[in-house]
Design a binder for this molecule. Structure first.
Ligand SMILES: Cc1cc2nc3c(=O)[nH]c(=O)nc-3n(C[C@H](O)[C@H](O)[C@H](O)COP(=O)(O)OP(=O)(O)OC[C@H]3O[C@@H](n4cnc5c(N)ncnc54)[C@H](O)[C@@H]3O)c2cc1C
Length: 345
């Protein structure tokens, strides 16, 4: 079993991990970009989302699986990038508060919602809003750190080539596929939003949502929880916080804009009572999908090609579970869940 993985963001990293666990031989081609979604994401795992405060899709299985996978990778790589964290959510008016309270009464929601929110340091350093809810079992995955540490491990084993993949160098064989001089059982594309340029898979209904974020220093506030106000505040390390994000469905490139930066800065100033310093302004495009389900599967015409993509706005929670399923499909031919199989198109 020998596979070529194209793209090593979160999707390529997790798929490589599960293929290696199955004893497969892998090679990775990735042209690193600071504007890859995995380098810009906060990696928030949030079990309760949306205006109606509903459980995220399949969250009861996804979260424990994600936690176990990230813990295993932390151990293997000797680094720390996964932090379980409660998520505070601003409730802006009476209606939002009563909707939240009604949810806390529902049995399937009780493991995810605290009876009362505890603002801790936010009570002192932010303008108080109408009310707050507190979500349990949230987490933050420092995705950029994971990806870079995993690449280092692959490099030490000689398994990474840092270059752009050349689609014109693919040759289809009777059993497998050839890229340049080397043969593989399959090539699996994990290219994030850049898959829209992939001539074999650009028929899939990709969306794409550009997001901008700020990294700021807020000295001595010691926020431990995440806060979702009009923007998210996510603790990184020391006095650094991730502030984001914008959502733009129409965009020309993946670069930060003045408008996006100002939007975030103003939103933060609106409710933070202490000074902050902007350290970095970043942008990337989320690999979203029109029907909001990941893209897994084999090319309808070329059995030597497969795809693992479409992690959208929720790669940190979706990634581990679906990467494991993709590895089972590739190595053991265990059928994919219909909801994520690209056969649906
Ligand atoms: C602003 C922002 C905030 C986000 N916040 C969160 C969050 O809080 N929680 C969450 O779960 N998710 C979040 N996401 C989404 C998350 O980032 C994505 O779901 C996930 O990172 C996608 O990973 P990926 O590996 O599919 O794509 P990418 O991270 O884009 O990785 C693809 C990799 O492949 C390489 N590549 C592509 N094509 C080629 C090629 N032809 N040749 C060589 N290399 C190639 C790229 O350079 C890149 O390194 C956020 C995204 C953004 C932009």
């Amino acid at each position: 079993m020998k596979y070529l993985i194209v793209g090593q963001g979160l999707a390529g990293t997790l798929l490589s991990h599960f293929l290696l666990k199955k004893g497969a031989q892998i090679k990775v081609i990735d042209q690193f970009s600071e504007n890859a979604a995995s380098q810009v994401a906060a990696g928030i795992i949030n079990p309760i989302t949306g205006r109606r405060f509903v459980k995220s899709w399949r969250v009861d299985e996804l979260i424990p699986f994600a936690q176990a996978t990230y813990r295993e990778l932390e151990k293997q790589l000797g680094i720390s990038f996964y932090s379980p964290r409660h998520i505070l959510r601003t409730l802006f008016n009476h209606r939002e508060e009563s909707d939240w309270l009604l949810r806390t009464d529902e049995l399937p929601y009780q493991q995810y919602m605290a009876e009362e929110a505890d603002l801790e340091a936010y009570a002192k350093h932010t303008e108080l809003a109408y009310a707050y809810g507190e979500t349990l079992k949230g987490a933050q995955v420092n995705v950029g750190t994971l990806v870079i540490a995993f690449r280092q491990m692959l490099k030490e084993q000689g398994g990474v080539q840092e270059e752009e993949f050349d689609y014109s160098q693919v040759t289809f064989l009777e059993n497998g596929v050839q890229y340049k001089e080397e043969t593989f059982d399959q090539i699996i594309f994990c290219e994030g939003y850049r898959a829209t340029n992939n001539p074999f898979f650009n028929y899939l209904p990709f969306g794409g949502a550009k997001g901008e974020v700020l990294i700021v220093r807020i000295p001595n506030v010691q926020f431990e929880k995440l806060l979702k106000h009009r923007v998210f505040i996510v603790p990184l390390k020391d006095d650094l916080y991730w502030i984001g994000a914008t959502y733009n469905w129409k965009f020309e490139d993946d670069q930060p804009t003045e408008e996006g930066g100002q939007f975030l800065e103003e939103r933060l100033k609106d409710f933070l009572k202490v000074p902050f310093e902007i350290i970095e302004h970043k942008a990337a495009i989320r690999p979203t999908v029109k029907d909001r389900r990941p893209f897994l599967g084999q090319h309808p015409q070329y059995a030597g090609l497969a795809i693992f993509n479409g992690l959208g706005t929720k790669g940190a929670s979706l990634g581990p579970f679906w990467a494991a399923q993709m590895a089972e499909f590739i190595t053991l031919n265990i059928p994919l869940d219909k909801a994520v199989d690209i056969e649906r198109f």
